[in-house]
Design a protein around this ligand. Structure first.
Ligand SMILES: Cc1ncc(COP(=O)(O)O)c(C=O)c1O
Length: 429
């Protein structure tokens, strides 16, 4: 039984090593992070917080969690940190529960503008249990602050999210703060995507401007899957009770026992992020993204590129994702602002450089990779999404099969396999 799983892990290791992992929310963790994740710490139950557990035998676990919390506080320069959230979505739920009562107004960037599900998307807890109001980006794909201010003035939100999941520009936290202050809202940054860049100094920090920060630990920060909730000095001054409110939201509000192996791995990754080498890494992530974006005919101020494929045809996101996958390049289809096709069959792809940069790739490699991407995208010309909705599902299925047998894409895959074999991946031989 275990053999079957290990065989599949080996298969996935091959894919991770010999392909180009370009999903911007992914990364390769270090061997030490892997070691902590695979440790015996997973055996222990520790509901509660250090010194206040529901179970015995937590002396060592307390030390581990306290260490992780101390490193988080040090890395961000904040007075309060939590490291128990299972992942970003439950952490955002905990923040929302701590700040808001059910039915309170919560504002966040629309999913279709590059926001996250948990910031007020349809069918998500954030719009089921709260009154979600979404602000958007403008025609220039940048946050429409005028529209945001109008909505905030009208709806008087209890909380405003500033955070993105498919947005290639820097965020102006000061402008968000001014609007939050005008309407008396709590301002929360979800910097899951850009935490590594903030640590590296290549993206402005939200710490001076926001009250609370949520970040996943597994994206540019390069830790295990998980999340942290941080309260800034400003946030603590505004609400001295906030620490207890967040604690109660995490447990008993949402979660049971924390994943101690994950907490330990977060501590390892925070230690790594405190080193000067991490700053160098983050700077290179941004440099690589800027070069890659330029080569692809667009811009990126972060680690991420949102590429419109309208010049290749109508509704080309799926087709591009499949063509690139057949060539050994992993990206995801994505809507573009003002989506001309459909949210389900979008017109763009989202890609990024954090994982490639961890492998040691630099600007010259990005130029090569852009060449492969452009060559692969040539193969989707003429494969426009049918205008008739009932034909789309079968069409996309057929496109996937055909692209997986495409000889030009197979050739690109061979070239990429040769190229990637030279760049090590931690934990993969
Ligand atoms: C901005 C942002 N917030 C929250 C999350 C949710 O994190 P998770 O997938 O760990 O629940 C994501 C993940 O995509 C994200 O991009």
């Amino acid at each position: 039984m275990a053999l079957k799983v290990f065989k599949l892990i080996a298969e996935e290791a091959y894919r991770q090593k010999y392909g180009l992992e370009m999903i911007p929310s992914e990364n390769y963790v270090s061997e030490n992070v892997l070691k902590a994740l695979g440790s015996i710490l997973t055996n222990k139950y520790s509901e509660g917080f250090p010194g206040r557990r529901y179970y015995g035998g937590n002396e060592v676990i307390d030390k581990i969690e306290n260490y992780a919390v101390d490193l988080a506080k040090k890395l961000f320069g904040v007075p309060v940190a939590f490291v128990q959230s299972y992942s970003g979505s439950p952490a955002n739920m905990a923040v929302t529960m701590a700040v808001c009562e059910p039915k309170d107004v919560v504002m966040g960037l629309a999913l279709s503008s590059g926001g996250h599900l948990t910031h007020g998307a349809h069918l998500n807890f954030s719009s089921i249990f709260y009154k979600a109001i979404n602000y958007t980006v403008g025609d220039d794909w940048k946050i429409d602050f005028e529209g945001l201010e109008k909505l905030a003035t009208k709806h008087k939100p209890k909380m405003i999210w500033v955070g993105t999941t498919a947005y290639p520009f820097k965020l102006d936290y000061k402008k968000f703060r001014a609007i939050a202050d005008k309407v008396g809202a709590v301002l929360v940054a979800d910097c899951s995507h850009i935490t590594g860049l903030i640590i590296g100094g290549v993206h402005p920090s939200p710490v001076p401007f926001v009250d609370i920060i949520m970040t996943t630990t597994h994206k540019t920060l390069r830790g295990p899957r998980g999340a942290m909730i941080l309260v800034t000095d400003r946030g603590l001054k505004k609400d001295p009770e906030i620490k207890g409110k967040i604690e109660r939201a995490i447990i008993p509000g949402i979660q049971g026992g924390p994943h101690n192996h994950q907490t330990a791995a977060i501590a390892v990754s925070l230690g790594e992020a405190l080193k000067p080498s991490f700053k160098k890494y983050a700077v290179q992530v941004a440099k690589n993204a800027a070069v890659l974006a330029k080569e692809l005919g667009t811009v990126s101020e972060t680690h991420l590129i949102l590429l419109s494929l309208t010049k290749y045809g109508y509704g080309m996101g799926y087709q591009a994702q499949f063509a690139l996958e057949a060539a050994g390049i992993t990206v995801n289809k994505n809507t573009i602002p003002g989506e001309p096709a459909s949210p389900f069959y979008p017109s763009g792809i989202r890609l990024g450089t954090p994982a490639l940069t961890t492998r040691g790739m630099k600007e010259k490699d990005m130029i090569k990779i852009a060449g492969w991407i452009k060559r692969a995208l040539e193969e989707i010309r003429g494969l426009d999404l049918p205008k008739e909705q009932d034909k789309r599902k079968d069409f996309i299925k057929e496109v996937k099969v055909n692209l997986s047998k495409n000889k030009n894409l197979e050739q690109i895959r061979k070239e990429i396999e040769q190229f990637t074999g030279r760049f090590p991946v931690p934990g993969i031989k």
